[in-house]
Design a protein around this ligand. Structure first.
Ligand code: HEC
Length: 160
């Protein structure tokens, strides 16, 4: 009986590990995008600058500085808009995540309920405009941070 219990728990452990490490075995993950930001493409970056000014600057700041005290929830319990410059964590995320998050919103990307104030731009911006605005954001980072972001992209692509 004890042996039986042990093998049952072991079975759960194995299943749990598979689930934890590769949830895609269980779920089809339709949220994928094969896109790359192009911070050196000046036409695209110019377009992105305009898209940023018209759609993002209100919350993320004219100079990408984010909202005040962005690390703490506001009076209503929502997180303020983080900066997109190097002091924020935008550059910690690979291209694909940034794209999907801008297109579909945070809840869709993390796959769970998470009330927040970041709009989804699916019906507002074309894919090209989203890639443009994120390329503009990347173009403002220093070479060091850009290279680090390239590495994050590489690791993320290898994981797929
Ligand atoms: C109405 C305000 C608002 C506007 C406009 C807005 N955002 Fe946001 N954005 C937010 C907030 C708030 C968050 C943080 C959400 C959270 O974590 O709860 C956020 C988070 C993000 C993140 C995730 C950053 C990270 O480090 O995780 C990205 C990327 C982003 N926004 C891109 C954009 C882009 C691109 C635009 C313009 C096309 C835009 N946002 C317009 C409010 C806004």
């Amino acid at each position: 009986m004890k042996k039986f219990a042990i093998s049952i728990s072991f079975g759960f452990f194995v299943l749990g590990s598979i689930f934890y490490f590769s949830p895609s075995v269980f779920f089809d993950d339709p949220l994928m995008a094969d896109i790359s930001l192009k911070p050196n493409d000046t036409d695209l970056v110019d377009l992105g600058k305009l898209v940023y000014k018209n759609n993002c600057a209100l919350c993320h700041g004219v100079n990408l500085e984010g909202q005040e005290r962005w690390r703490q929830p506001d009076a209503n319990g929502y997180m303020p808009a983080p900066p997109h410059d190097e002091s924020g964590h935008t550059w910690h995320h690979p291209d694909e995540y940034l794209f999907l998050m801008t297109k579909y919103g945070l809840e869709e990307v993390i796959g769970q309920e998470y009330p927040n104030n970041m709009p989804a731009y699916n019906d507002v911006l074309s894919d090209q405009e989203i890639v443009a605005v994120l390329s503009f954001i990347k173009s403002t980072w220093s070479t060091r941070i850009r290279l680090q972001h390239d590495k994050i992209n590489k690791i993320s692509k290898e994981k797929r």
